[in-house]
Write a protein that binds this ligand. Structure first.
Ligand code: UT7
Length: 333
């Protein structure tokens, strides 16, 4: 098999959805001691979308998934697998993917959730790629979806200004024309929830009156330490994926990074010696949506007609775990 006709997993459709309600930095000023200036200068975020009280992750995921299926020109019953990357599932069990599989009418599809925090969509992409490359599955739907607002500590200015809600989705199918996933790099260092995470609500610190009062079941982050990790991890994982694909950073048309902080993206641009305009950036409108950040940015870039057939596109994320993940693909559409 030559490199050209090797079977690879290529994206044939994308979609995204964010809830209607927008919270600006000025809205944040009314909740905690912060300012639009501080948030913009330190993070690049201007506003974020927040789900209504009765909206759960599968509702947001459904909208993004439906749009991705439409973009791909396929129906849900053609899907072999639905994977949802999320750290904010509807329930501990069943999986959000199972709920979605039923709601979409993906009657022939297997379904499961994958949890790798903000790296989740790229992790899930590599899972989809294995099933397609080995020929077991033909069409896989991967969704990154989060309702982080339900886990925000609205009294903690260090974290509440950073996050938003939304979902992005991609449909993968086999390609044998040189397009698709060329390489990936996944990793984890397991430094735990003290650094970044939602420590409570699981089996280590089950919810009780005390943990709920102390907001152990809300997002906690040592921002400075995670920042230090992220500025190294993002370019490092990208370099490893580029090396595995046998291409250089200069060859990339687009880099779609996790949208946690504009300063982290700027640092990656410097470390990779690649101009910032090659990075897909939407953090100013959405904030950090964990596993949904990368697929939303990808779907937005696709909808805007930025991604051309044959373009070399890299996805790269990092987050709780700590985890990191990247992949390089030749755009198929
Ligand atoms: O997706 C998961 C990955 N997450 C990340 O990648 C996040 C990585 N970390 C970051 O992006 C940044 O560390 C933050 C945006 C979270 C914080 O920015 P920073 O420049 O590291 O600020 P800092 O934590 O060093 O805080 C500087 C000051 C502190 O005041 P003092 O102690 O110097 O008086 C904070 O209390 O800014 C204060 N501060 C705020 N001030 C106004 C922290 N949050 C706010 C706020 N508004 N929202």
């Amino acid at each position: 098999m030559t490199t050209e006709n090797k079977r690879r997993a290529a994206i044939i459709g994308t979609g995204f959805y964010v809830p209607e309600r927008v919270m600006t930095n000025h809205d944040m000023e009314k909740i905690v001691d912060t300012s639009d200036q501080w948030i913009v200068e330190r993070t690049g975020i201007k506003e974020r979308h927040i789900a209504a009280d009765d909206v759960a992750t599968s509702d947001i995921a459904y909208e993004a998934a439906s749009r991705a299926l439409k973009d791909a020109g396929i129906t849900a019953d053609e899907l072999d697998l639905v994977v949802v990357a999320t750290l904010t599932p509807d329930h501990p069990t069943p999986s959000t993917a199972s709920l979605l599989q039923k709601r979409l009418g993906a009657t022939h599809a297997a379904a499961f959730d994958l949890q790798a925090a903000c790296s989740g969509f790229v992790y899930a992409t590599t899972v989809a790629a294995q099933f397609i490359e080995n020929g077991f599955y033909k069409k896989v739907l991967v969704i990154g979806a989060e309702t982080l607002s339900k886990y925000i500590n609205w009294e903690d200015r260090n974290t509440c200004v950073l996050f938003g809600d939304g979902a992005g989705a991609a449909v993968f199918a086999a390609a044998e024309d040189g397009s698709g996933i060329l390489s990936f790099d996944l990793g984890s260092d397991g430094r735990g929830p003290e650094l970044l995470g939602i420590p409570g609500g699981g089996t280590r610190y089950p919810d009780n009156e005390d943990t709920i009062a102390r907001k152990v079941n809300r997002i906690h982050m040592d921002g400075k330490e995670v920042f230090r990790f992220a500025v190294k991890a993002l370019p490092a994982t990208l370099k490893r994926s580029l090396e595995k694909a046998g291409v250089s950073a200069e060859d990339l048309n687009w880099i779609v990074p996790h949208q946690a902080n504009i300063r982290i993206i700027e640092a990656a641009s410097k470390r990779l010696a690649q101009p910032l305009d090659r990075f897909v950036i939407n953090i100013e409108r959405y904030g950090n949506i964990s596993a949904a950040s990368i697929p939303i940015a990808l779907a937005e870039a696709n909808a805007a007609g930025k991604l051309k057939k044959g373009d070399l596109v890299a996805l790269a994320g990092f987050g709780a775990g700590l985890t990191w993940a990247s992949c390089v693909m030749r755009w198929a559409k």
